[in-house]
Design a protein around this ligand. Structure first.
Ligand SMILES: [Zn+2]
Length: 321
């Protein structure tokens, strides 16, 4: 799995900072409690003295004395436990029990750092994701009429159900239809549900993504963290397929992405103005046949919602004059 070093550093900083802050809060709370229960403080001091004594006595071979000290030690442990329970003082618990929030296990980075670095990396790639405005709750079916409305109601219910059950092996979807019919809106509503479930989501308009991948591909670096993210993320959303500038590179890359994710059973949601025949013409039959064979294809119908909204706002403005 490829990692962008910048995100590793950021993740590590974040985890150390979070751990330090929590530790500080814990220590100050503990100090307050110890002030109220000074016997606990005494016990801690006695433990330190006893620890030293036990070591020396064990070396001296005086077994009678050693036994006496151990009895004392055990009694102190019990007393401490009882007092801690009484004042409700728990031991400090780090966020990550594997690395105790140090970020490292031996000389290797802990899994918690790598996981966070991936999240940051996905979010970086998805920087243009306008997720806040695009929930299921603000998808308005009033903009569709007649047969179109019936068809869109079905798609809406399907998308909600899909989002509810989304997982790392959900089926891939192809949303096609004219501009402004809510394809991106529903893709983002699904993305939002996936993020809430803790899945790693990458969203990008196809043109931006191809530009980034192309830059990475033709740089002198053998690492390809962006391509790795695109292939490995739990849910990939490619917006506006067909609007990218078509080159041999873009054609090969789009096929590679679609095909690789099918082979690893990872869900991809593609939105496009093209129908499958146009996709076959623009790309090739291989791309079209992969989509037909493995994707759930949904046709969006109606008339441009964005345009309808603009007209309504315009009319409202005139009525207010
Ligand atoms: Zn860790």
């Amino acid at each position: 799995m490829g990692y962008n070093k910048q995100y590793i550093k950021k993740a590590l900083d974040e985890i150390l900072q979070k751990g330090n802050n929590a530790k500080k809060i814990y220590e100050s709370r503990k100090a307050e409690i110890l002030d109220k229960e000074p016997r606990l403080k005494e016990i801690e001091q006695q433990f330190m003295q006893l620890g030293g004594l036990l070591g020396i006595t064990a070396l001296s071979g005086n077994s009678e004395r050693l036994e006496a000290l151990q009895t004392k030690f055990n009694a102190l442990v019990k007393e401490q436990e009882r007092l801690k329970a009484k004042v409700e003082l728990k031991d400090y618990e780090p966020f990550c029990s594997v690395c105790s929030d140090t970020g490292y296990v031996g000389s290797s980075l802990c899994k918690c750092v790598l996981k966070r670095a991936k999240e940051l990396s996905f979010a970086g790639l998805s920087a243009s994701m306008p997720i806040a405005e695009s929930g299921f709750e603000n998808f308005n079916l009033d903009y569709y009429n007649g047969e179109n409305k019936t068809a869109m109601e079905k798609i809406f219910e399907f998308a909600k159900e899909y989002a509810k059950n989304i997982n790392k092996n959900s089926k891939s979807l192809l949303f096609f239809g004219q501009t402004g019919l809510g394809k991106t809106h529903l893709s983002l509503a699904i993305a939002s549900a996936a993020l809430e479930k803790g899945l790693g989501v990458v969203y990008s308009p196809i043109q931006n993504l191809i530009q980034k991948l192309e830059k990475e591909h033709f740089s002198y670096n053998s690492d390809t963290p962006i391509l790795d993210d695109v292939l490995e993320c739990d849910l990939l959303i490619l917006d506006d397929l067909g609007t990218e500038f078509s080159t041999a590179y873009s054609q090969a890359t789009i096929y590679n992405i679609i095909n690789s994710r099918i082979l690893t059973s990872k869900p991809t949601i593609i939105s496009t103005n093209l129908d499958v025949e146009e996709i076959a013409l623009k790309y090739n039959n291989r791309v079209a046949s992969r989509l037909i064979g493995s994707y759930d294809i949904k046709k969006f119908c109606g008339s441009d919602v964005r345009q309808q909204k603009k007209i309504q706002e315009f009319k409202r403005g005139r009525n207010n004059d």
